[in-house]
Design a protein around this ligand. Structure first.
Ligand code: B12
Ligand code: SF4
Ligand code: SF4
Length: 373
């Protein structure tokens, strides 16, 4: 059975996607780049990528009947988001968890295709947390070009795109590649605070602030903390500096608002940066459930807040950081010690804690902090 391409496009638009394209259901040459990337260790501790490497590079191994992918993109370009107290949150993460929001839209599209005659179970749905190289499928379906930041940029809609896809048994006409390229621009490589874009199209996730603030559990490498600046969750620098952001149409200053579920979540107004540092388990469950930022975990959000407070360097934040130096969680104590040393290495709370601290990593962090004097 086949469904006319024009009907699929109409339904994808009705589902709320800004771009739709058809391409092969296989990552093609991109699979080898992914393999090289994994082998070189640039995935850091994202073990799910290693675990699923076979499924990721060979979709036919788990979806033998698929013939084409319907690549979908939602443009979320928006204004900068700040938490009271100074921290910044990556634009894609300010609202409800986009996996749920876009997943719902993608499943709606699948149901409509089933109503058009596709058999149930034949279509596979993906949004981010799936064993699919989404950028590879999107660029092969003409959604945008592969940019030096390693992102997919639409010449019409810019770089702030979230991707989703349906792998289908349909024979759909493959779209032409999107026009445009980075040309001689290197702004994102030059601006990346941690030099995580090690060469055009190559990102070392271990250095990327998006990885260290969201995916990485435990300690943030010391040498990356100051470079994190004010980023509490994710990082948008390589997108913000991109000349193609002029194509973004969503945002309070552009008149085209995000849908309500992707607009700034109330939790971002209910908590200050210091409030996030002290976030209790009960408040985390009550206020942060359903948000995209939960991906970092409560410990991760609190840890990130400590780093940002250290980078802000404001003495007014010392009492909250000193309280965190007494937290039962050693990761929090370690990052609090680092942050206190950034603001005032002579702070007496460091000596006081050092006298009682039993965890060797935290002891060494406090000793390093004291050595800054
Ligand atoms: C792991 C991951 C990360 C990691 C690693 C990112 C990276 N660049 O590898 C971290 C946590 C750092 C991260 C950060 C971000 N991510 Co992310 N991430 C993913 C995830 C889950 C897997 C990506 C992956 O496999 N990376 C491994 C590398 C090798 O693959 P790749 O990123 O697809 O890169 C391609 C190039 O390397 C290319 N390639 C390189 N050189 C060459 C040369 C040739 C000739 C060819 C053919 C190909 C090629 O081959 C790869 C495949 O196409 C995807 C979702 C998914 N399932 O695909 C989202 C995804 C890539 N992330 C996304 C977003 C939005 C972000 C952030 C912007 C979030 C933020 N603001 O904080 C940042 C951007 C950082 C950056 N510059 O990439 C979007 C990207 C949308 C877009 N427009 O491109 C995705 C698709 C999620 C989604 N559903 O929308 N992410
Ligand atoms: S998200 Fe930030 S840290 Fe990561 S590559 Fe882009 S600019 Fe660099
Ligand atoms: S900033 Fe320049 S080099 Fe980087 S993705 Fe945008 S156009 Fe490409």
């Amino acid at each position: 059975m086949n469904i006319k391409a024009s009907i699929v496009r109409e339904l994808a638009e009705a589902a709320g996607f800004d771009l739709v394209g058809f391409g092969p259901a296989d990552p093609g040459d991109h699979a080898q780049h992914f393999e090289n990337w994994l082998q070189s260790g640039r995935a850091g501790e994202m073990s799910y990528l290693h675990k699923n490497r076979e499924r990721i590079t060979k979709p036919h191994s788990w979806a033998p009947d698929v013939r084409s992918s319907i690549s979908l993109a939602f443009e979320y370009g928006s204004s900068e988001t700040r938490i009271e107290g100074g921290a910044k949150v990556a634009r894609y993460a300010v609202g409800r968890d986009y996996h749920r929001v876009l997943g719902k839209r993608t499943r709606w599209l699948r149901e409509k295709l089933e109503a058009e005659g596709l058999s149930k179970g034949e279509v596979k749905v993906g949004t981010d947390a799936v064993p699919i190289l989404e950028r590879a499928l999107a660029t092969q379906a003409g959604i945008g070009f592969l940019a030096k930041s390693s992102g997919i940029i639409s010449p019409e809609k810019g770089p702030y795109l979230l991707l989703s896809e349906l792998l289908t048994p349909l024979e759909l006409p493959i779209d032409l590649p999107a026009p445009g390229s980075c040309g001689s621009c290197t702004r994102c490589l030059d601006a990346c605070p941690t030099e995580a874009i090690t060469a055009p199209f190559q990102v070392d996730a271990r250095k990327c602030i998006s990885y260290t603030t969201i995916e990485l559990r435990g300690s943030i490498p010391k040498e990356l903390r100051a470079l994190q600046g004010e980023w509490l969750f994710g990082c948008d620098v390589c997108l913000e500096v991109c000349p193609f952001t002029s194509k973004s149409s969503r945002g309070s200053d552009k008149g085209n608002q995000l849908p309500p579920e992707l607009q700034r979540h109330s939790a971002l107004d209910d908590f200050t940066l210091v409030g996030i540092l002290g976030l209790s388990a009960a408040d985390y469950e009550e206020h942060w459930t359903g948000t995209a930022m939960r991906r970092a975990t409560r410990q991760g959000l609190r840890r990130n807040a400590a780093v940002v407070l250290g980078n802000l360097g404001d003495e007014a934040h010392l009492p909250a950081l000193c309280r965190t130096l007494e937290d039962p969680d050693p990761i929090l104590r370690e990052h609090a010690a680092w942050a206190i040393a950034c603001i005032d290495p002579s702070c007496k709370a460091l000596d006081d804690r050092l006298g009682r601290e039993e965890n060797p990593t935290v002891r060494s962090a406090i000793q390093d902090a004291v050595a800054e004097r």
